[in-house]
Ligand binder design. Sequence first.
Ligand code: OOG
Ligand code: MG
Length: 258
Amino acid sequence: MTASVLSLDEIALQLHQAARTQNPIAQISTQQELSIDQAYEVQNLLLQHRYKEGEKLIGLKMGFTSEAKMQQMGVNDLIWGRLTDAMLIENAGIAQRSSYIHPRVEPEICFRISKDIPGELNEQEVIEYVDAVCTAIEVIDSRYQNFKFSLADVIADNCSSTGFVLGNWQAVPDSLNNLPMSLSINNEIVAAGNSNDIMNNPWRSLAAATRLATQYGQPITAGMIILAGAATNAEFLHQDQETSATVETLGSTGFRFN
Ligand code: OOG
Ligand code: MG
């Protein structure tokens, strides 16, 4: 028996339903070919379902911007995904573990965009377009069984985007280099890294976001937030656990699962 080939629309709907029902699906790329461009089109279609249900696009996230993440997930290229208002967890707040499949948390730096980005910018130019930065935790939750995917699979799945929490916004420091970063679960450090682990300079991640967003026709506008990608491995977070992340000089943020 040959498995039937799914349309991009059908893949998007499957991924959407997997997220809504917390029932993970089989990887797509092991069953049929999916190019990177097709995967971004699936991501776009998937987001249309969310917008129809009332969610608003509020930013973008970069992924696989550190060696630690690429090695942990077995992939080797940058990816980007979309963040909606429904994904935002209140700082020091509570999230429901039951609305996720197998969530992991990772420490990040977040940028706040102050004016519309005109196109691809380099790592110096982007600084002009940011009015604040903060410590963040991203909650990733793959819609694929066992959190296993190819690059195309994860792009189609909106790069595992599911939740994030932001610390207090800080003025943009002179440099984002060499800031120690850590992730704790129940007050114990479970992963530690440095802002340099993010492409040797987190501003490079934002520059890459402007390049990829331009390439795929996704505007980056004033007020949007951009997650730079995790500096360390992601760690599973379970019910009744709390987590926090710290970036030196930027402060801490965290939340708890109930
Ligand atoms: C994909 C998302 C990667 C990051 O910060 O590198 C990512 C995943 O690992 O499931 O968000
Ligand atoms: Mg991330």
